[in-house]
Design a binder for this molecule. Structure first.
Ligand code: NAD
Length: 494
């Protein structure tokens, strides 16, 4: 049984999709198109125009003119804020439709997209709509010691950085577009968005809704395609800033590409986050540890993929997580009973199963899962690996799938060092009833998001991003406005 498709979704997936440039739907300059498959079956879901560097040139020209001459920069913050708020309203009004589209294109359960991805996306626009009228500079008392007796009037202006290139991955297609575009628009920037090749559909539908909300032509441009348009955007001399979410490997390429005009760069990259359960933790830690890794099929940059359990409760907690893993109903995202859908693509399926084989060959034991599910589509079983140690590839590298590696710990003083022993620093979980211990450990962990007695909590007001090789800058909260603004100091000798 599957959810009945919304009529808009049926029409949308069966229509060939074009690029959205300067408020118009247009073919790629090359005329090329590509297929996006349904991960539950591997069959073609939709056909989409394939953007390249020439299309990025066209989109950047449109965004440049909308920023330099166009209505966006001339609108009042209040007018901009109301349009951004309206985008949130339209997303909420189309909740089921967008959740179905997301489920079809990405594979995630419709039921999850409906309560998480889409409402969080709407809320991101609502939250950022409020910031449009609250971007402020300061007045400054300056001294200038080599000009004694002079009188000064000094202040700062916080101004939009300009044309922003945004490149996003496939794990939360709509939400990543919202995390990127909402703050850029609130700051007064114009945007060229390159969605992931695996999941371009919801960003294209969002472009339609944004036009309906009153976003003027050229302010938002969406150019689907593979690496080429992404690389062209990162290198483009008329782009003032690039914001990237994806792998650490590609993040490093973005930094090099951006060096040509030294455009500003913000990066949300990979993770291998520790989730630490102390012996005094509440029993809810078991379900919490399962959610930390299995939410979104483990395709979550902040996934709690390294589970550390204090020795006394190791067997109980790890077997509890394994029991949950075995009970998770795996199936197509549109099946109402599905708790975990397929991975997003053949490539990701091969990557995750490759890690499972490697882990087993290095001596890890699969307490739950360890293999694939079904005979079509990209399904992998939720997996708990034990008998793992810190030098194994499955412990060191980001798998980006429903695979957790579990290790016991006994030395309280050393757990922070063990948890921090990774090039990444995105998230960490702590489960204990001793709140002093939790805060003391939170201080020692080198990660951007610390969850105490909870995990995977996202909110538009909570800054999100990574230490070390997990990235530069923060998404969300008022912190994100720094990504999209420049500070100008104005000094007058009175
Ligand atoms: P990826 O880096 O391969 O691709 C991400 C995006 O970059 C896609 O749109 C892709 O087309 C584009 N791209 C690929 N090569 C490019 C290049 N040379 N220049 C410019 N753009 C290029 O990542 P992925 O495998 O699709 O996504 C999974 C990764 O993303 C994981 O490592 C995960 O941790 C990370 N991620 C991080 C966050 C976060 O907020 N920190 C969120 C989601 C995903």
């Amino acid at each position: 049984m599957t959810v009945t498709l919304d009529k808009n979704v049926e029409a949308f997936v069966s229509t060939p999709h074009q690029l959205f440039i300067n408020g118009q739907w247009t073919d790629a300059a090359s005329g090329k198109t590509f297929e996006t498959p349904d991960p539950a079956t591997g069959e073609t879901l939709a056909r989409v125009a394939e953007g390249d560097a020439e299309d990025i040139n066209r989109a950047v020209r449109a965004a440049r003119s909308a920023f330099d001459d166009g209505p966006w920069s001339k609108m009042t913050p209040s007018e901009r804020g109301r349009i951004i708020w309206r985008i949130g309203d339209l997303i909420a009004e189309h909740n089921d439709e967008l959740a179905q589209l997301e489920s079809l294109d990405n594979g995630k359960p419709f039921a999850v997209a409906k309560v998480a991805d889409v409402p969080l996306s709407a809320d991101m626009f609502w939250y950022m709509a409020g910031w449009a009228t609250k971007i402020e500079g300061n007045t400054l008392s300056i001294s200038v010691p080599y000009m004694p007796g002079a009188n000064w009037h000094s202040y700062t202006l916080r101004e939009p950085v300009g044309v922003v290139g945004q490149i996003i991955p496939w794990n939360f297609p709509l939400l990543m577009a919202a995390w990127k575009m909402a703050p850029a628009l609130a700051a007064g920037c114009t945007v060229v968005l390159k969605p992931a090749e695996q999941t371009p559909l919801s960003a294209l539908r969002l472009a339609e809704l944004m036009a309906e909300a009153g976003v003027p032509d050229g302010v938002v441009n969406v150019v689907p395609g593979f690496a080429e348009p992404g690389a062209a955007l990162a290198a483009h001399p008329h782009v003032d800033k690039v914001a990237f979410t994806g792998s650490t490997e590609v993040g490093k390429l973005i930094v090099h590409a951006a060096a040509g005009n030294l455009k500003k760069v913000s990066l949300e990259l990979g993770g291998k986050s520790p989730n630490i359960v102390f012996a005094d933790a509440d029993d809810s830690a078991v379900a919490g540890a399962a959610n930390a890794i299995f939410f979104n099929h483990g395709q979550c940059c902040v996934a709690g993929s390294r589970l550390f359990v204090e020795q006394d409760r190791f067997d109980e907690v790890v077997h509890g997580v394994a029991d949950i893993a075995k009970s998770i109903k795996v199936g197509p995202g549109l099946d109402p009973g599905t708790e975990m859908g397929p991975l997003v693509s053949q490539e990701q399926y091969e990557r995750v199963t490759g890690y499972l084989e490697h882990g087993k060959s290095e001596g890890a034991t699969a307490l739950a899962g360890g293999g694939t599910h079904g005979d079509r589509g990209y399904f992998v079983q939720p997996t708990v690996l034990t008998n793992t140690h810190g030098n194994m590839k499955v412990v060191r590298e980001e798998i980006f799938g429903p695979v957790v590696v579990a290790q016991p710990f006994s030395d309280l003083d050393e757990i922070a060092a063990q948890a921090n022993d990774t090039p990444y620093g995105l998230g960490a979980g702590i489960w204990t009833k001793d709140i002093s211990k939790a805060h003391a450990l939170a201080k020692k962990l080198r990660a951007g998001s610390i969850y105490v007695n909870c995990y995977n909590v996202f909110d538009a007001a909570l800054p999100f991003g990574g230490y070390k090789e997990s990235g530069w800058g923060r998404e969300m909260g008022h912190e994100v406005l720094h990504n999209y603004t420049e500070v100008k100091a104005v000094t007058t000798l009175l």
